[in-house]
Every structure is written in C-alpha cells, then in structure tokens.
Design a protein around this ligand. Structure first.
Ligand SMILES: Nc1nc2c(ncn2[C@@H]2O[C@H](COP(=O)(O)OP(=O)(O)OP(=O)(O)O)[C@@H](O)[C@H]2O)c(=O)[nH]1
Ligand SMILES: [Mg+2]
Length: 227
C-alpha cells in the first residue's frame, strides 16, 4: 500500500459568507429523510463545541467505485469494539444520499452522494468540512470521467479550502492500476499544482480493508486541523 501526500500550495481564498443562502435542495425530485438534511454549519470541529450538528465529510465519486462499502467498513473499524471485517456486505447503488455517523472518537457524519447524483452534488458543498473522492482503480473506462469530475469538484468555490482525500479503491482486484499509473493517468502533478486544497492520495480496498486505517487517520487529522 502506497500513500502520498502532495499539496500544501494553499492559496486560501476569502471564506464565503456563510450567512447567505445555500443552494436549494431539489427536495421534490429527491425527497430526503428529515435526518438527511442539516443546515449549513461552520467547517471543521467548531460546530461540535457549539452543540450543533457534527462536521460533515462528503464522500463522492463515480457510480460503483465503492463508496457505500467503504463507509460501512469505516464504521466497522471505528466502532468501540471493532469486529473482523469478514465478507463484504451487499450494497445497492445509492440513489440520493446516505448518511453514516463515525466516532473518531469525535462524532462526524459522512454523507455519501450516489455517483448517479452528480448534478446535485454541488447542493451539498456548503456543508462540507472535508472531502473524500473515490476512484475505481480497477476500471480503466472510468478514469477520464472520474478525472473530469474531480477537477470540477476541486474548482467549486465552497470547497476551495477543504482537505481532499482521493482514494484509489479496489486494489485487491488483479487488474487494478497502481498509484503511479493512476497519478499519471490523472495528471495528478498538474491537478495538485492547480488545486487550492491540500490533496492526499491513498490506495484502498474496501473489500479486504487495505488502507482503511490510513483513511481513518486522515479523517482524524482533518477533524483536528480544519482548514
Ligand atoms: N473487489 C472489490 N470490490 C469492491 C470494493 N469496493 C466496493 N466493491 C464492490 O463494488 C460494487 C459497488 O460498490 P458500492 O459501494 O455500492 O459503490 P458506490 O460507489 O457506493 O456506488 P453508487 O452508490 O452507485 O455511487 C459492490 O459490488 C461492492 O462490493 C473493493 O475495494 N474491492
Ligand atoms: Mg453507494
């Protein structure tokens, strides 16, 4: 498992005025449960101190990349009494949004947005404290669309200073592309040098757990050091 942290070229833009209106949610098109829609709150851990909603980490990426399985595994591993991962539970494509609370031990909410929900991803950017972006490293046909999606996410103004973790998942599969190959295909050097966010990259397998301890460690660091 290889990990690399590139970045640090931060050019923090002025913070957006959080008292302004947030993007409207397409409630009629995608009705969400009441628990799925906290209002906007400050990034990082400050919401906790004020007794408000816990920080929300967004989990994005193309359909089938492994987001739902990943977050289930993270919940298993961060439980008070972590159990063996065992066989991966079945997942269904996420239509809408999927909320999972993790205790790191501070409570954090991970909001997965289904890959097929790309058009409404920006509606949730304003409540994001950190971003996880999952790429299927075993699927060469998804590389270019994932790269375009990542560039679009990185250029979104509300996300300009949130820490970003790019996960190259499914490295348990024999056909997976290594971190070196993925970095080359994504032109990561250029992406990182143009990005305003600190970007970390990890290789993972949500199936067998490879790299997930590093993901949890990254989440804990992001909670401690909000941008
Ligand atoms: N081999 C392998 N399969 C994985 C891994 N992660 C996820 N999968 C499988 O990939 C399929 C899709 O996984 P999901 O977690 O549902 O994908 P998703 O990104 O949530 O997809 P959407 O909700 O549609 O956006 C499932 O069959 C998972 O079991 C992995 O690391 N390795
Ligand atoms: Mg899903």
């Amino acid at each position: 498992m290889v990990s690399v942290c590139l970045s640090a070229r931060r050019r923090p833009p002025p913070r957006p005025d959080r008292s302004g209106p947030v993007c409207p949610r397409p409630a009629a098109a995608f009705p969400l449960p009441a628990s799925a829609g906290p209002g906007p709150f400050p990034r990082g851990g400050s919401g906790m101190a004020a007794g408000r909603s816990p920080p929300t980490f967004l989990l994005l990426g193309a359909a089938g990349g492994g987001k739902s399985l990943l977050v289930r595994r993270l919940r298993q591993l961060s439980a008070e009494e972590p159990a063996e991962l065992g066989e991966p539970p079945a997942t269904l494509p996420t239509v809408g949004t999927n909320l999972t609370d993790l205790r790191l031990p501070q409570k954090v909410t991970v909001r997965e947005l289904g890959g097929c929900m790309g058009p409404i991803w920006p509606s949730y950017y304003s409540e994001c404290s950190a971003l996880l972006f999952v790429v299927d490293a075993s699927n060469p046909t998804q590389v270019s669309s994932s790269c375009i999606q990542l560039l679009s996410v990185l250029s979104a103004e509300p996300l300009a200073s949130v820490p970003v973790l790019v996960l190259f998942n499914k490295i348990d599969l024999p056909c997976y592309m290594s971190l070196v190959e993925m970095k080359s295909l994504f032109r990561m050097q250029d992406v990182v040098s143009c990005a305003t966010q600190p970007i970390t990259m990890l290789e993972t397998s949500a199936r067998n757990g490879t790299g997930l301890a590093d993901v949890l460690q990254w989440l804990r660091t992001a909670l401690k050091d909000p941008c």
